[in-house]
Design a binder for this molecule. Sequence first.
Ligand SMILES: Cc1cc2nc3c(=O)[nH]c(=O)nc-3n(C[C@H](O)[C@H](O)[C@H](O)COP(=O)(O)O)c2cc1C
Length: 363
Amino acid sequence: VADEKSAEFPSLTDLESVAATRVSERVWAYIQGGSGDERTLRANVEAFRRWAVRPRTLTGISSVDLGTTILGRPVSAPVFVSPMAYQAEVHPDGELGVARAARDHGWLAAFGTLSSLSLEQIAKASGLGPRWFQLYLQPDWEVSRRLAERAERAGFSAIVLTVDFPVLAIRDRQARAGFAIDGSVPIGNGADVVPPAREAARDGSTYRLRPEAETTWEVVERLKAASHLPVVVKGILTPEDARTAVQHGAAGIVVSNHGGRQLDGTPATIAVLPEIVEAAGPRTEVYLDGGVRRGTDILIALALGARAVGVGRPILWALATGGGPGVGRYMERLSDELATCLLLAGRASPTEVNRSLLRAAGL
Ligand SMILES: Cc1cc2nc3c(=O)[nH]c(=O)nc-3n(C[C@H](O)[C@H](O)[C@H](O)COP(=O)(O)O)c2cc1C
């Protein structure tokens, strides 16, 4: 007999299919879609299958502690909410639901420049909960600078600079369903804040992008000077860029291909994680997002050197299914599953997970 909780909230396995029935086709295409042929979107999930886990038995371990720190701040699990735009399109609770759930469960959550609500409203809902602010550079640097300043004042503890978005990729699934990232979807951070739209002006064979696309790595130093917050660079896929990010003072790196929504054909994030961890060196935390769905995926990413992993779409599936409380139940489920996986693997905490946990799956 299903208990009340599982009756109102599907298992992690069912979450995606139930969520599909709760939103319009337009919004579902926005959540699910990738770019191009969606090969990177699929690869993110599939690449975890290349690893198998080597459990140790009779270890005497009878309890686990999922707690860790991210940039020195305690969190209840090595998992965070990746930044995602327009959450009120998914459910009226929007970012407030996600912020409250993260606060109640001690999860770090990142909220974006393109949030449906203002970063101040989100900060209020997340109380003392750990939160990051994700920045899309604006055409006018002064607008970017003010966003960083506001984030610091509102108690966000890091600026996440997304660098994989000089121009919006071509996303057929979204376009077919009529979801346009063009300023028609309301955002909460003010009238002067604009989405990084596909505004490439075509002049013969030349594409001209908006001014922020001219930005180079010195922006990391500029951003660091704009507030006292550490800067985390999101969207790194090569060791070259990882080294450069570290040289320019990034406190952390998110290995990410934007959930397969930007350049299609980029590698699965889990495939490039080891080389990026090595390039970043021991003093820079490296995180990963893209395709993380189960407890085992988290184990694999931690074993390959991630400090923590971000989850994207599953948060929106949970939001679509049960609003803010649904997101909270999802967080409980995923944390439970991670704890169970650790116990079954014979490891007492995320810090005990290293490369010895893995072998090639031999697929
Ligand atoms: C609907 C949606 C909106 C997103 N919006 C943003 C955004 O505004 N800024 C950003 O840096 N990443 C954004 N992302 C990318 C996520 O932060 C993250 O990299 C990705 O979703 C991780 O992959 P996953 O969905 O497979 O977990 C978005 C992703 C989705 C699915």
